[in-house]
Design a protein around this ligand. Structure first.
Ligand code: ADP
Length: 295
């Protein structure tokens, strides 16, 4: 399976939402990371065929998806960003309804719905109304509907938006569980949504691909530019404006433990001020900040 996005551009009037984006995806989980307004949703709308590009094409297994719309829709599962699902439906009824919309043969609907409910761990509450579901449960219902028909491609737009940390972890685990032999693309601005499960990360900023590679490759690129130090509030105030702060924690003794991005000159400056500073290996959050944070 091979999904190719070739030279996609999208303009909304004078706004260029995407500018010549090309990507090649085979089986595995991909994280499409970028801040709000980067163009993630627009790209997803184009890949799912809900919006037309201004130029460029999408190919699946070397066929232009525009020319094979029906077949493409069959292999595509989409988990939308909005949680606008039918509050008065039970989880089971809702999924049966979607199964019919997806033209799943009548005799298979019941077993398919049972299967996807099992995958997302909602079998026990299948007859409860969606209106009473928590945000995380609703999101699992949305994932379940995308799994109906066993699609080869699954696209998720901000799958953990509005969820608490515990629910986020659950959703992440479900995604990695369903990932086998599928192309999964997750658009998010939350690094931890994809950090541990994506084989490849695509950093999208202002409508262009800024960086792409395995999480390790991207972290390696920043090696030598991430430091940790312990300092007091006064010292921190002095350096705050000249570095990017990736993490800041107050310690029991009142001092601050800071993780900062900078180069050799930052290190020298710290040493001059007699603040001990230690080089650490970058993580994906550091890479995200180095790419998108403004000093
Ligand atoms: P993201 O999903 O990364 O937050 P979007 O794809 O929603 O980014 O938006 C990319 C850019 O395109 C933004 O500048 C946004 O304001 C603009 N945009 C998105 N949708 C529309 C639209 N329907 N009409 C006009 N501008 C839009």
């Amino acid at each position: 399976m091979l999904l190719e996005i070739k030279n996609i551009s999208k303009k909304y009037g004078k706004i260029t939402a995407l500018n010549d984006v090309s990507l090649t995806l085979d089986a595995g989980v991909y994280g499409l990371l970028g801040p709000n307004g980067a163009g993630k949703s627009t790209l997803i709308q184009i890949i799912t065929g809900n919006t037309a590009s201004t130029s460029g094409q999408v190919f699946y297994n070397e066929k232009n998806v525009k020319d094979h719309e029906k077949a493409y829709k069959k292999v595509l599962g989409y988990v939308p960003q909005s949680q606008g699902i039918y509050d008065n439906f039970s989880a089971k009824k809702f999924l049966e309804y979607i199964a019919v919309l997806k033209a799943i043969p009548k005799r298979e609907v019941s077993s398919e719905v049972h299967h996807v409910l099992e995958v997302v761990g909602l079998l026990e509450v299948q007859n409860r109304k969606l209106g009473g579901f928590s945000g995380g449960m609703r999101q699992r219902v949305l994932i379940a509907q995308a799994l109906l028909g066993n699609p080869e491609i699954i696209i998720l737009d901000e799958p953990t938006a509005g969820l608490d940390p515990k629910e986020r972890i659950k959703i992440r685990n479900f995604i990695s569980r369903i990932a086998e032999n599928k192309i999964i693309l997750i658009a998010t601005h939350v690094v931890s949504d994809v950090e541990s499960i994506a084989k490849k990360i695509i950093l999208l900023g202002s409508g262009t691909v800024c960086l792409e590679g395995t999480p390790n490759m991207l972290c390696e690129l920043l090696n030598g530019k991430v430091f940790e130090c312990i300092l007091d509030a006064n010292q921190f105030e002095k350096i705050e404006s000249s570095v990017i702060v990736s993490n800041l924690q107050e310690m029991p003794n009142g001092k601050l433990q800071a993780r900062i991005l900078g180069d050799e000159s930052v290190k020298r400056e710290f040493e001059q001020q007699k603040i001990p500073i230690q080089l650490v290996f970058p993580n994906l959050q550091d890479v995200y900040l180095a790419t998108f944070a403004k000093k």
